[in-house]
Write a protein that binds this ligand. Structure first.
Ligand code: NDP
Length: 242
């Protein structure tokens, strides 16, 4: 593509999402940085993009909220923004043993991942199909692939996202829109700051956490022209954990 379309990254204010924002902006994509509440952090990420000569705009909304998502995305479409890349990265953890799991822990985790995927992706698919080019990357988790104790909500949400990835990939392949999932293991972000490392580290063959930049490099490749024939895949990045 001569002029690159916008890339929308949900949860782009910090962690893996912020690294993806920076990586795609470095590849010449103008970026829309979505987040829920970390306005200052998102602004810092946007400033980093601008300082490196890129284009970034903030696009805050709660991905669980269909109306808020629809309104924000429609406003972008109305102003003529061509969004050709979606990275569904926003996610939350609320771990706990299933017998004592409360409904709000189930709902907040599954709704952020699954309703978030729908609310963000559905309004943007037809414009991509019309352009005959698009890249959708869904950030799943090793938890959605093998299941993890204490994460019935999170594993269910991420496994659901993987199902949606495989299905949508089949619908859109003919239109040159690829849909893939990335399934990270443990990545060094605020999300895992309460994880007991002594317990987890021996189970990671690489004996270290992944870095957000390593996940971003994979997303960067999936979004590139070189990855045009990769669709419907779930690509692990986990130091050998699964
Ligand atoms: P962080 O907790 O560091 O960041 C989460 C991001 O998601 C923030 O930008 C946050 O915005 C945003 N977010 C959360 N809920 C919403 C919402 N309802 N609407 C809009 N934005 C929202 O997480 P990570 O960077 O670690 O994780 C990113 C993704 O990678 C998640 O999907 C996670 O499940 C997945 N993942 C992470 C792993 C890890 O070990 N870190 C491993 C496997 C998968 P705000 O700052 O405004 O709250």
């Amino acid at each position: 593509m001569s002029t690159k379309p916008y890339a929308l990254i949900t949860g782009g204010s910090r962690g893996i999402g912020a690294a993806i924002v920076l990586a795609l902006a470095a590849d010449g994509f103008p970026v829309l940085i979505n987040y829920r509440s970390s306005h200052d952090r998102a602004q810092e990420v946007a400033a980093q993009v601008s300082a490196a000569g890129g284009v970034a705009r903030l696009c805050p909304f709660d991905v669980r909220d269909a109306q808020a998502s629809g309104t924000a995305l429609q406003a972008e479409l109305d102003r003529g923004t061509h969004i050709g890349v979606i990275v569904n990265n926003a996610g939350v953890l609320q771990d706990g043993p299933f017998p004592s799991m409360q409904a709000d822990a189930w709902e907040s985790v599954t709704r952020t991942t699954l309703d978030g995927f729908f609310n963000v992706t559905q309004p943007l698919v037809m414009p991509m199909v019309r352009k005959r080019w698009g890249r959708i990357v869904n950030i799943a988790s090793v938890s959605g692939v093998i299941g993890v104790r204490g994460q019935a909500n999170y594993s269910a949400a991420k496994a659901g996202l993987i199902g949606a990835t495989r299905s949508l990939a089949q619908e859109l392949a003919k239109r040159k829109v690829t849909v893939n999932a990335v399934a990270p293991g443990l990545i060094d972000t605020e999300m895992i700051e309460n994880v007991e490392m002594d317990h987890v580290m021996p189970r990671i063959p690489a004996r270290r956490l992944g870095r957000p930049e390593e996940v971003a490099a994979l997303v960067r490749f999936l979004v590139s022209e070189d990855a045009a024939y990769i669709t419907g895949q779930v690509i692990g990045i986990n130091g050998g954990l699964a």
